[in-house]
Design a protein around this ligand. Structure first.
Ligand SMILES: Cc1cc2nc3c(=O)[nH]c(=O)nc-3n(C[C@H](O)[C@H](O)[C@H](O)COP(=O)(O)OP(=O)(O)OC[C@H]3O[C@@H](n4cnc5c(N)ncnc54)[C@H](O)[C@@H]3O)c2cc1C
Length: 146
């Protein structure tokens, strides 16, 4: 929650929403229903609905085991989750480890995750071809040198 309580924003960032600054301590209920939000300063903001921002945390056990450390992703200064960092092709800092979809791009939806599922394997294929080519060239040079 942000800005002075009850104040409607009217500036460049105006979204017409009253924002209350402060740390939320707990939801308040009355009669078995949400009645408000209690802040750390003990004040209560009456509410009938509450939306909680999710945190998108990559299932990173596999990334850890492969030596790739997930990094926190921020939006407007707030941590929204974690991802395995990669370049646009899905290549990570760990040779031979590639990632695609939400594990590396929190904002990805089905269509973009699926697109990455096409472009990343293509990049992996290119990497394997390059490796085969390097090995063939090295073997050829070794034969010539013998
Ligand atoms: C609530 C919600 C609503 C959404 N609504 C929409 C929408 O309306 N339209 C839209 O386009 N997108 C929507 N999305 C986003 C969309 O679901 C994702 O962008 C998409 O599923 C990402 O695909 P992905 O393959 O990267 O990851 P996922 O679909 O998450 O697939 C990853 C898979 O890997 C498996 N996995 C993880 N770790 C391991 C492991 N160690 N071993 C084996 N398997 C493992 C997981 O179980 C999972 O099946 C929504 C997402 C959420 C959470």
């Amino acid at each position: 929650m942000g800005v002075g309580r009850g104040r409607l924003l009217r500036g460049e960032d105006d979204v017409g929403v009253a924002v209350v600054r402060g740390e939320v301590a707990a939801p308040e209920s009355a009669g078995g229903r949400l009645s408000g939000v209690r802040l750390a300063d003990a004040s209560v903001v009456p509410r009938t609905a509450l939306v909680v921002a999710p945190r998108f945390t990559a299932r990173d056990e596999v990334l850890h085991s492969l030596g790739l450390e997930p990094v926190a992703q921020e939006m407007h200064g707030a941590v929204i989750g974690s991802t395995g960092p990669a370049d646009p092709t899905g290549a990570t800092a760990v040779a031979g480890v590639w990632v695609a979809g939400n594990v590396t791009t929190l904002q990805a939806e089905v269509i973009s995750a699926a697109a990455a599922g096409l472009t990343t394997p293509a990049a992996v294929n290119g990497d394997l071809i390059a490796e085969d080519t390097r090995a063939a060239v090295a073997a050829s040079r070794a034969r010539r040198a013998a």
